[in-house]
Design a protein around this ligand. Structure first.
Ligand code: UDP
Length: 334
């Protein structure tokens, strides 16, 4: 009989790739990805890090039920790690219907396949943005407020869809992981985040300033009520985040669970710039500009629930993150 497979939707992307290389048996992974935000060269990058076969990747749109179902006809899927979805906050404000259509249909199709093909476990890639504008540290007992953009709303609605499914399938095991700010790269330098066009996120932008692709970093606001006036985030190394998924895979539990995945440490924009300069020896010129619309002053996890219940804890420091991000950037530029 075929070994039981782990299906990663959107698995060729930044986070999915790091999860695949962290699995104890990467040959059990099947990736479904429509390559809308990555390309098939990612397979070669994965092969540099782990034994991996091209036929483990199925190019398919998860929101297209007929195409997606083919995977379940061919493979016995025991677990789904559902990462597929559009993820640009600013774009989601401009194209709400595209975000609701794509992201919610993808989650719906995942649940339909869980039901039809008796999938046992689901791990959902959620986001700290589901908390909406609440004060930090944010913990899982907080009631979710209306979020500030359609991207975040699709994550919050997907969580509710999964929770409702669990209510009528008590034998099913589902976990939503609320990611804080995933950054950094695999220490090998072969895989990491490859932004398309101008990076929206802070560290990828800093990386490109360091490599000379951009002249300086725009600091979005220095008038926040924080120690240096810049906004605070909880940056988590993508390898720590990947490890949290492996921890859930190793500890399945019937019913629905939610965990924050963060470090619990707040880092300001200027702290991150300083850490990057210290870790790499490269100077990052900055210019202060106005706040970015919709940004929170502070977003930091209370990460004690996953630590207490499952023993997971972040291991990488902000300096490690910067070092690995820079190592990856240099690999890319070569
Ligand atoms: N930021 C910045 N310059 C940039 C990109 C981001 O000052 O070019 C700031 C942004 O305003 C926020 C922090 O860096 O306070 C983290 O932004 P990112 O987009 O990485 O994450 P998010 O805001 O989604 O948590």
């Amino acid at each position: 009989m075929e070994t039981k497979k782990v299906l990663l939707t959107g698995g060729l992307g930044y986070i999915g790739s790091h999860i695949v290389v962290s699995l104890s048996d990467p040959s059990s992974a099947i990736i479904a990805d429509d390559c809308s935000n990555c390309d098939l060269k990612q397979i070669d990058r994965l092969k540099q890090v782990i034994p991996f076969e091209k036929n483990q990747v199925i190019v398919c749109d998860v929101a297209d039920l007929e195409a997606f179902e083919e995977i379940f006809k061919k493979h016995k899927i025991e677990t789904i790690i559902h990462l597929a979805g559009y993820k640009a906050v600013g774009e989601s404000v401009k194209q709400p219907l595209a975000y609701y259509t794509n992201n919610l249909n993808a989650t719906l199709n995942v649940l339909k396949m869980c039901n039809k093909y008796d999938v046992k476990h689901l791990i959902f890639s959620s986001s700290a943005t589901v908390y909406g504008p609440q004060s930090s540290p944010m913990d899982e007992s907080m009631t979710l407020l209306k979020t500030t953009n359609p991207y975040a709303e699709t994550k919050a609605i997907s969580e509710r869809m999964i929770e409702d499914y669990c209510l009528v399938h008590p034998e099913f095991s589902a976990t939503s992981l609320r990611y804080f700010n995933p950054v950094g790269a695999h220490p090998s330098g072969f895989i990491g985040e490859i932004p398309s066009g101008i990076p929206n996120n802070l560290l990828p932008y800093v990386q490109q300033v360091a490599s000379g692709k951009r002249p300086y970093l725009n600091v979005f606001g220095k008038d926040y009520e924080t120690k240096d006036g810049t906004a605070i985030r909880d940056y988590i190394h993508v390898m720590d985040l990947a490890d949290a998924h492996v921890c859930i895979l190793n500890n399945p539990k019937q019913g629905y669970r939610v965990y924050n995945v963060g470090t619990g440490v707040g880092t300001s924009v200027l702290d991150l710039v300083k850490a990057f300069e210290k870790a790499t020896g490269v100077k990052i010129p900055t210019e202060v500009t106005h706040r970015r619309a919709g940004d929170l002053q502070e977003s930091v996890a209370n990460a004690s629930k996953i630590n207490k219940e499952l023993g997971w804890k972040s291991r990488y420091s902000i300096e490690d993150i910067c070092k690995d991000a820079w190592n990856f950037e240099k690999h890319q530029s070569n």
